[in-house]
Every structure is written in C-alpha cells, then in structure tokens.
Design a protein. Sequence first.
Length: 375
Amino acid sequence: MPTTEERNAREVFTSAARVWLQENVPARWREHRGSLSEKETDEIRHEWDRQLHRGGFAGLSLPKEFGGQGLSMVEEVIFHDLAAQAQAPDGLARIGRILTAPSLIGHGTDEQLARFLPKILNGDEIWCQGFSEPNAGSDLAGVSCRAVKVDGGYLISGRKTWTSFAKMAHRCLLLAQTDPSAPRHKNLTMFLLDMKQPGVNISPIKQASGLTHFAEVQFDDVFVADADRVSTEGSGWKVAMTTLMNERGGVEATSRYVEIRSDMDLLLATLGDRPDLRKQLDELDIRVELVHWQVSKAVDLELDSPDFFRATSILKLLWSELWQETSILGLENMTPETSDHWRLQYLETRASSIYSGSNEIQRNIISERVLGLPR
Ligand SMILES: Cc1cc2nc3c(=O)[nH]c(=O)nc-3n(C[C@H](O)[C@H](O)[C@H](O)COP(=O)(O)OP(=O)(O)OC[C@H]3O[C@@H](n4cnc5c(N)ncnc54)[C@H](O)[C@@H]3O)c2cc1C
C-alpha cells in the first residue's frame, strides 16, 4: 500500500502530466493521424521524443544520474494512461527506452550508461534491435551473425532481418556469435553497434500496409569496440533474456495499451450508438481495461521475481490478440472518415502476434514456465 506521502506525490505528478499532455500533444496527430504520410508520422514521433525530454517526462522510471526521472513503474503507468486519454503519439526512441536502457541497467557498465542513456532519453539517438535473422527468429539461440575478435574490438559479419527502425537508427542492440565452438546459449555476446558506418547495408522491407517499418541489415566486417560490448563475452543470452523480458513486459504493454485504448475510443465514438454492436464493443472495452488492470498488478511486483514473470507473461497475448480484434471490428464497420485508419490498422496489427516473440512461443513459455506442463 502506498503511504500518504506517496499518494500525494502521485496526485501532484498526475495533475502536472495531465496539463502538460493537454498543452503538448500535436493537434495534427490528434486529428489526422490515420491519414499522415510515413515521413510526417516519423517526424511527429521523433519530435515527441524531444518534447517528452524537454517536459521532464522521458525515462520516468530510469535513474536520475543517467537522465531519467528517478520515479517508479507506477508513474510510468500513470503517464501512459494519461497519454492514451490525450491521444499522444509514441516516440521513435522506444527500442532505446524500453529495450536498451533496461538491458544496460541490468548488465552494462556505468560508463556505457552515462554514454548512451542521456542520448536515448533526449531523442538524439534512435536504436534498433538486431536479434532476428533469416534462420533464427523463434529459435533465437541459433543466431549465426559472427563477431570475430580483433585488436580493440570485434568485426561483425552476417545478416539480421525484420529490424524495426533500422533505416533511421543510430545504434543497434546486436546479438552475435562470438564462439562457434561453445555450447548453445554460451556462444553469444551482446553489442552496442554504431549503425552509421561503412559495412552496414540496410534494405527496407515493404509491409502489407505499404509502410517500411523494418528492414534487412547486412553487416560486412563492421567494427565494434570492446567498450561497446555488453557484459562479458559469452553472456549475450543472459542479456538478451533481460531485453526480451522488457519487450514482453509492463512498459511495452503499457505503451501498446495507449495505442489500443485510442483505437477503442475511436470505435466507441463512431459506433457506440449501434445497438447491434453494443455487446461486442462492451466486451472489447472490458478487455482493453483488463490489459490495463494486469499491467497495474505487475507494477507492484518486484522485477525479476517469479510473480512478476507470471503477471507479465500473459500480457503479450492479451494485447496483441485484442488489438487485432479491434481493428477487425473497425474495418468491418468503417465509415468514410475512419476508413483510412482502419485499413491501415488492420494490416499493421496482423504483425502484433508475431513480433516481440510469436504468440505460439509465448504460449509455450506460459505452459512450461508458468503452468509447469511437460514439454
Ligand atoms: C512487425 C515486426 C517487427 C519486428 N521487429 C523486429 C526487430 O526490431 N528486431 C528483431 O530482432 N526482430 C524483429 N521482428 C522479428 C520477430 O521477432 C520474429 O518474426 C519472431 O520472433 C518470429 O520469428 P520468425 O519470423 O523467424 O518465425 P519462425 O521462428 O520461423 O516461426 C514461424 C512460425 O512457426 C511458429 N513456431 C516456431 N517455433 C515454434 C515452436 N517451438 N512451437 C510452436 N510454434 C513455433 C512461430 O510461432 C511462427 O508462427 C519483427 C517482426 C515483425 C513482424
């Protein structure tokens, strides 16, 4: 239970955040986000990262000494809630904020934290996640991108695929194989690779929606310094597990909740007076709030605890399937005003059951590690 002091502090935070969001969410985004070009969408989202930082709302739960706000997950959830109500955009710095930052806090050096976190939080550096490869997606331990030791660092060669934000990223959180002779899970190392150097070749992949959010990335002898290796050689799997726990965990789900809540509000605003859809809308609305409730439950639990793992493991399934269903209902009942939005959302949300680990894999994890069922 929060103390009176904590409750008061949260109320002050909530009022300040609400006012700030009212004044800062770009009207163009609020009113036209379904019909903006990809370029304009990216510009607004990137500027939003900077606005959050200027307003003191970037990295709410990250340590103050590295540019965060030193608050807790509770404030993260409060802010995301308010952002959903205010129809705020989601910044482009999400990989850095949600994946790189906690991975570095868990495994990086103070020097790495001091060097990278401030630029993630002020929006200067966009990150991508270089995990998946053409032959290693669900079977992440099978990555074959090689890191060969040379004087002062490593040379990276190999191919990553489905790399979101690659075309604009400054850095990549890259999982590579350092020792092919070592046993599985002990042969990998995590790197913080500079994407703006020769040997990094990015080929955007066009999605069903026509957008190009991700790309295939070929690395040809790309140098990464020893100082940009996370933890020790061979500990990449451990670091990757921290990354994935965050990718499937509370902050990611909270930020998805923002987007789903906003879609749900659009459904209610445009279809709320249709008696034939009432039951379906109510059911979806309840499930949207269930995501929120489940996130709030996880917030009070200790990170890395079995309870936290149990509470968050279901989140990915909840939000991804729900998001697909809201977009189907929107598409089936679109109006001339909402047709652009729902067409795009329908195509975009197809991928939500694949990224952040496919839903089949997530079900395997729940059955084996939460329910204790046999393999
Ligand atoms: C929009 C989008 C963005 C992405 N962004 C990134 C990114 O930024 N960085 C990154 O590294 N990756 C990214 N990915 C890749 C994503 O993590 C992989 O697509 C995902 O892990 C699945 O891997 P795969 O595509 O190789 O499919 P596969 O692993 O080949 O799986 C194919 C199918 O088989 C099923 N399957 C596989 N193994 C099992 C099993 N043991 N039990 C049951 N079913 C199984 C899968 O669920 C899937 O349906 C992104 C993907 C998408 C769609």
